[in-house]
Design a binder for this molecule. Structure first.
Ligand SMILES: C[S@@+](CC[C@H](N)C(=O)[O-])C[C@H]1O[C@@H](n2cnc3c(N)ncnc32)[C@H](O)[C@@H]1O
Length: 299
């Protein structure tokens, strides 16, 4: 298949590489609206302006943009330009190409794949969860690697909660409110985001969407877990995640805390440290080699 990637940023670059490496797609060009990028190259592939798309013969355009408003606008722009809608692949909707996303965070994904195999070998029977889902980039791999488990997907689907950000700014970082789609998916758009997330799953029937402010959103969950990915970035939701899941983890299960080593998100490490004080024990934990996450093991 011959294709074009729309969006020449970090995300588009990873997507281009993933499409070639894992999906056998022949990427002819990368398209971007930024005039400064035109005629530059990524891995020898030229970055072109949108109007040059009409001169190319391709099967699909993969829209690689990160945030909701952006990919909806790109879809509109390309249709107005005369590209048939069936040629557009908004990555959020299409699980056929999900392996292309291996390139984004490959170490963590490979670690999860191995850990999933290990949980089966060890006879762990618990379900799985992700708190902080965003557009489902990691969730779709959790669903793929644990096809036989229920996957709880917890997010506001409207970005960070104001209270969490205010607390974060007072205590830990100047984390910007707008990051990770804050405001992008409010109201009806959060429904679009949930639709996209579900459409990316190989086994959507195994997923349960828990929309809302965490931990309120999970109050009624009474289950046992072998794997939980806590990826809500900020102190408040991360410590609530530890409080909620710790007693629900089965022996040998893991809570993976993303951003533990992230220099701009000190709240994550502080949440672990404060939780250790609360339960009066040091959590058994080990880095997973992605220079970002730590695995907390229930013994
Ligand atoms: C870094 S993103 C998650 C990225 C995702 N795990 C991935 O791999 O693409 C952080 C997410 O946490 C969610 N989040 C942060 N605080 C939350 C809270 N208190 N309740 C629910 N969701 C929250 C945000 O809405 C955002 O989607």
């Amino acid at each position: 298949m011959k294709a074009v990637v729309f969006g020449a940023g970090k995300y588009g670059k990873a997507l281009k590489r993933g499409l070639e490496k894992y999906c056998g797609v022949d990427v002819l060009a990368i398209c971007d609206n930024d005039t400064e990028k035109w005629d530059k190259e990524i891995d020898g592939i030229q970055i072109i302006s949108p109007d040059r798309l009409l001169q190319l013969s391709f099967d699909k355009i993969f829209i690689s943009l990160m945030f909701g408003e952006e990919f909806l606008e790109a879809e509109k722009q390309l249709v107005e330009l005369g590209i048939p809608k069936e040629k557009l692949v908004i990555m959020k909707t299409d699980h056929i190409y999900q392996d292309a996303f291996m390139e984004l965070d490959p170490v963590r994904k490979k670690w999860m794949k191995s850990f999933a195999e290990y949980t089966r070998e060890m006879g762990l029977t618990g379900n799985v969860a992700e708190c902080g889902v965003f557009q489902g980039e990691t969730a779709m791999f959790i669903n793929k690697y644990w096809p036989d488990r229920v996957l709880y997907l917890c997010d506001t689907f409207e970005g960070f909660d104001r209270n969490d950000v205010v607390y974060e700014n007072m205590n830990f970082s100047e984390f910007k409110k707008g990051t990770f789609g804050f405001g992008s998916f409010q109201g009806e758009k959060s429904e679009i985001l949930i639709k996209y997330v579900k459409a990316r799953m190989l086994y959507p029937e195994k997923t349960i969407i828990c929309q809302g402010y965490f931990p309120e959103s999970v109050k009624r969950i009474n289950d046992q877990f072998c794997f939980v990915n806590l990826d809500m970035d900020l102190y408040q939701p991360q410590i609530e995640g530890l409080r909620f899941f710790w007693d629900k983890m089965e022996k040998g299960g893991v809570i993976l805390l993303h951003d533990y080593f992230h220099p701009d998100l000190p709240g994550v490490k502080a949440a672990v440290s404060d939780f250790e004080k609360e339960i009066n024990m040091k959590l058994p934990k080990v880095p997973i080699g992605d220079e970002c996450s730590i695995a907390v093991i229930k013994l």
